[in-house]
Design a protein around this ligand. Structure first.
Ligand code: GLU
Length: 420
């Protein structure tokens, strides 16, 4: 059974979303099957020498969902629970995201099953380089372009760039995005995802007539996405009343000083213990009153259990897949929450990745202002198109966003036809 190979609740969720949308679009059986299943599932094992001299074998995966519209694009995640099913779901979502944003890519995602918090920098370097070496025959600027995701950052991208370039015998910056600016990374890439989340939250506030200045936000996850969303929101005049991460949750009704929190994080690696806020329960934080709730960590945090209790006006999905299909049904029935679906809300990252790839291919670089202005134009266009689509089709934002992405891919598959 195809499903057994990808037996994972996150894949189950992505497949359920897909089936709902395929029914809505009335996709014929053949195109439906071609769009649903990933083209390539690559699993490798990586023996790595640990700092104590022992050898540990890690599993890594790369899923290339489809290559019908261009190279696959998507991040590489380091997480203890990652498996091929989860990676396949994330790769599928990257498809619809790239198509929705009009980027010339298919979707991909990678994951290495490891806990980066337990690995030293040199162990991470050996693991990353070994992964890059193992999959180097399957990636490339026109085949598969990786980027950062949960648990990875520009340093990991630099190691992959170096490993790939050494193998090719020349500098190939366009093989990876989200790399340091010194290695031809794009200005604005690090903050792009969070910037997009904040920008779209402001657009949504505007749509429902809430003044941006003074609007409140709660952020679950304070990694690259959550922290940059918070910074941009504060720059807009918004107030971050609660933040959580793996260490716990903190609350300050007057607004958390994000700059001071970042300094605290540099010392302690977690938001817990920040002196200018009180400790609260991370689960209860999700149902506290606010204008914008930003889940910016992992999948399946908004479920049928907490969806009826949400007290936000806008749900801005910084993470991929934070809301289960059951929770979606509840939110849709409630009708009082403005959803900014993940594949739009967090698309700032992959959009600036695309800009980075374009700059690399042209051996040219843009200023940060140029990058962020182009990003905002693209996000705004996708946002307005979605609003129109949903109004015209009388459907939810989730369905509208997925339907736009899936329809674009289905159309390309139909037009290209099947190789006999
Ligand atoms: N990991 C990010 C995402 O899920 C960015 C992917 C990319 O830049 O290719 O969208």
């Amino acid at each position: 059974m195809k499903e057994d190979l990808l037996n994972n609740p996150v894949f189950g969720m992505a497949a359920e979303q897909f089936d709902r949308v395929a029914d809505f679009l009335n996709l014929d059986e053949q195109v439906r099957e071609r769009c649903k299943w990933p083209k390539r599932l690559i699993t490798v094992t990586m023996p790595v020498t640990m700092d104590d001299g022992s050898t540990q074998v890690f599993f890594g995966h790369r899923v290339q969902h489809h290559l019908s519209r261009g190279p696959v694009k998507g991040g590489l995640r380091f997480h203890p629970k990652v498996d091929v099913g989860e990676v396949a779901a994330l790769a599928m979502w990257m498809n619809w995201k790239c198509a929705l944003m009009g980027l010339p890519y298919g979707g991909g995602k990678g994951g290495i099953t490891c806990d980066p918090r337990q690995l030293s920098a040199s162990e991470q370097e050996r693991l990353t380089r070994r992964f890059a070496q193992e999959i180097s025959s399957f990636i490339g600027p026109e085949v598969d372009v990786m980027a950062p995701d949960v648990g990875t950052n520009q340093q990991h991208m630099a190691w992959i760039l170096d490993t790939y370039s050494t193998r090719e015998g020349r500098f190939v910056p366009e093989v990876i995005t989200g790399k340091p600016v010194e290695l031809q990374g794009s200005k604005g890439r690090t903050e792009a995802t969070g910037h997009g989340v904040a920008f779209l939250s402001a657009r949504a506030l505007n749509k429902i007539n809430i003044p941006i200045n003074g609007a409140t936000a709660i952020i679950q996850g304070f990694g690259n996405v959550g922290s940059h969303a918070a910074k941009t929101m504060v720059a807009y005049g918004m107030k971050i009343t609660a933040v959580s991460d793996i260490s716990g949750a903190i609350y300050n009704p007057n607004g958390i000083d994000i700059h001071a929190l970042s300094q605290h994080l540099q010392k302690t690696r977690g938001v817990a213990g920040f002196s200018e806020a009180e400790a609260i329960d991370p689960d209860e934080m999700l149902t506290m009153e606010c204008d914008v709730l930003v889940p910016a960590a992992l999948e399946r945090v908004i479920t049928e259990k907490n969806a009826p209790k949400l007290r936000c006006k806008i749900l801005a999905e910084g993470a991929n897949g934070p809301t289960t299909p059951d929770a979606d049904t509840i939110i849709e029935k409630r009708g009082d929450i403005f959803l900014i679906p993940d594949i739009l809300c967090n698309a700032g990252g992959v959009t600036v990745s695309y800009f980075e790839w374009v700059q690399n291919l042209q051996r040219f670089s843009w200023t940060k202002t140029e990058v962020l202005t182009k990003l905002e134009t693209k996000l705004n266009e996708a946002f307005e198109n979605l609003m129109q689509f949903c109004k015209y089709n009388k459907c939810s934002h989730r369905l509208g966003a997925l339907a736009t992405g899936i329809n674009t891919v289905a159309d390309v598959k139909r037009k290209r036809g099947l190789f006999p």
